[in-house]
Design a protein around this ligand. Structure first.
Ligand code: BDR
Ligand code: CA
Length: 312
């Protein structure tokens, strides 16, 4: 199986991404590394442990990482995810302890220990942990197999400002560093994830699947409210699961290998992912920027894997 580290700020959609990965024999999740994002770090690391426990994976190490962006105060998203970050289910204090050591050290040590080109990073929150690891240990960058991240928006407008998507906006300096690192990069922006909308049928299928599916259904019920009230959209965008979907079924997606730069100066455009879709700049391509998804294909995959996890 392909080895991955999921760097996360759970987040209901992070939770579904983590469950999809844990349900998939093609992937070996080495650890969850938590970062501050949707809610502060003390909650994201706790939420990551709650999710592991729900999946029956108390053996999975969960590390706490950076508690604030590289150069800015933390911006959070309780208005989307609720006060806990994981509203929707009855939350509990996880029994499984936090792994000792810092997430950034775990990322560095793992990339140095494993054979070069065999570990994929899957950041589904702000890029602070990844950027800090690259800054501290530049020798690990060429050892990364691929980075598959959820972040950015180009044809679709932003969701935290008119120009920017949340994960990139929260730590644009970190994003800039990661996009300039030279590591192979696949970007799953809002252009894709706003097409990955849940519907009632799928939520009810999840609810009928068993305890894990029930958690997914309750999270989605909660998560959906925001998008329905805010955008009038039918269903909730499952942003972060699209990264795992890409790893499992790349044929469900399409995009272009192009240059993408991160705006860190703009008066109105801070955190924008400036994607050279039409290749008008001559700047070197640094990312596979996805734009389309076979929505039904992704949800069929989610149904198959989550119900299998419940049947284990
Ligand atoms: C991203 O921001 C977070 O709120 C979600 O978990 C997702 O990673 C979407 O903009
Ligand atoms: Ca997230």
């Amino acid at each position: 199986p392909r080895k991955i580290i999921i760097d996360t700020d759970p987040g209901q959609d992070d939770a579904v991404a983590i469950l999809l990965a844990l349900a998939s024999p093609e992937l070996e999740v080495l650890a969850l590394t938590a970062v501050a994002g949707n809610v502060p770090l003390d909650l994201t690391q706790r939420n990551a442990r709650i999710i592991s426990q729900i999946a029956g994976r108390t053996d999975l190490p969960v590390y706490a990482g950076c508690d604030r962006p590289l150069a800015r105060p933390l911006v959070t998203a309780e208005h989307v995810h609720g006060k806990s970050g994981l509203d929707g289910i009855e939350l509990f204090e996880p029994e499984m302890p936090l792994a000792s050591g810092h997430a950034v050290d775990f990322i560095i040590d793992t990339l140095r220990r494993e054979p070069a080109g065999t570990v994929t990073l899957v950041p589904i929150g702000p890029l602070t942990n990844i950027a800090t690891a690259f800054q501290r240990a530049p020798d690990i960058v060429p050892r990364v197999q691929e980075i598959v991240l959820m972040g950015g928006a180009y044809f679709e407008v932003g969701n935290i400002t008119p120009a920017a998507e949340f994960n990139i906006y929260v730590d644009p300096e970190a994003a800039k560093l990661v996009f300039a690192s030279g590591a192979p990069l696949t970007v799953v922006p809002l252009d894709v994830t706003h097409k990955a909308l849940t519907n009632r049928d799928w939520i009810e299928t999840m609810r009928a699947s068993g305890p894990i599916g029930r958690a997914v259904a309750s999270w989605t019920d909660f998560f959906e409210r925001y998008d329905r009230e805010k955008y009038g959209s039918q269903g909730a965008p499952l942003h972060d699961p699209c990264t795992i979907g890409w790893l499992l079924r790349p044929e469900l997606f399409s995009g272009r290998h192009i240059n993408v730069e991160i705006e860190t100066q703009g008066e109105f455009t801070l955190g924008m992912t400036v994607a050279d879709w039409w290749r008008v700049t001559g700047r070197e391509a640094n990312a596979m920027f996805l734009r389309d998804i076979d929505r039904d294909g992704l949800f069929a995959l989610l149904t198959e894997r989550i119900t299998a996890l419940d049947a284990r």
